[in-house]
Write a protein that binds this ligand. Sequence first.
Ligand code: CU
Length: 477
Amino acid sequence: MNSRRSFFKAASMASIAGGALAASAVSRVALAGLPEVVSQNSAASMPPLLPPNGRPYRPVMTLNGWTLPWRMNQGVKEFHLIAEPVVREMAPGMKAHLWGYNGQSPGPTIEVVEGDRVRIFVTNRLPEHTSVHWHGQRLPNGMDGVSGLTQPAIQPGKTMVYEFVARRPGSFMYHPHADEMTQMAMGMMGAWITHPKQAHPLIAEADRDFVFLLNAFDIEPGASRPTISTMTDFNLWCWNSRVFPGIDSLAVRQNDRVRIRVGNLTMTNHPIHIHGHEFTVTGTDGGPIPKTARWPEVTTDIAVGQMRQIELIADEEGDWAFHCHKSHHTMNAMGHNLPSMIGVDQSGVAEKIQRLIPAYMSMGDKGMADMGMMEMPLPDNTLPMMTGEGPFGGLEMGGMFSVMKVRKQQKPGDYTDPGWFAHPAGTQAWEYTGELPEALRAPPPASGSAHSMHGKEVEVQVVKPQGHGGHGGHQGH
Ligand SMILES: [Cu+2]
């Protein structure tokens, strides 16, 4: 709350500074100095930041994030980003030591209007040099933020200034272009939204506008620092450096036009999927998509370095799952070498037990669902692999998972969580308790059929979890 209060103070000061009374009301020292540093210590979703000055627009809601306040300085929107080590709560029960901006990873969302002149001060409080690349923007080459190519890197303790006009409306990102492998693996990134300056034929007015970035970390169970050399074996698949059940739900009023902007700064693609509705991809970081080139989807794959802007009419009430469709990305870090049976080679033991008890199976052989229920001993600062309680039991999820909650009663512009959905009578799956009919057997296929497996032994191999690497590694193998 402190940071909000200091922002409103800053905002009112800025509105004076931007007006005709500037010279008399605000000292020249204040105007010449850097914009006030606004920092956030909470991982909660902050309410959208209504623009206190400059052209008005309907602001975005950054999922488990916030928007960076600015000041107007003689017609220029001035922001101050601080690149620094941060502590990020990834979900209740786990904190990670990351690098980010202004107290959090990802950094705050930067929101401007098409045509705005923007000046961004970047102060480096990291132990190594950095830079900021403004992904997707049209700008002078020297403002592109590629250290070594378009500018010298920003050394520790130094501040550099970027300035350009936000020429294209759309959804963008920012991230370092200096020691990228380390700095992105440590969580340095943020979203950038440029709103259209007037009604745009390809950009609809959304009632709800959400933004978040896909990112991934490799943090060993019990540890709090990411392993930065990891290429594919990530074990925490995040939306805005949060994992389920730490990702806030998306509260929506029934019949709202909902826009969700998603950027991918992981090392792999993510098919993002929503239940109960169809959506359209209305834009990318390259700009709005012509209407004739749009088609309905329920999943859209977002490749590395891409942004996708999806839109839907939320006309079905309920709690609709919204997640990455790679099932290993809706799980949290799996603990190996732990005093639990997961990842322990049980084959020898199981064989011996099976001589005595033929029906014996090692844990995990009949599915992993029991893992969500088990009270497993976990090291400190480690999240369960599959977790989260819903109104009807465990969700057995982690990672890139959230819920879009569509409600009639949700007030316009109210992003607060309405709680779980109360299903109207007769609209929910129910248990059949009558007699089950005898199974019908299909006749064997005619002999000579090319696809006949009849009479053949089919060997089935049960693959158990291996005792090395994160489970996230499967996607890379
Ligand atoms: Cu994924």
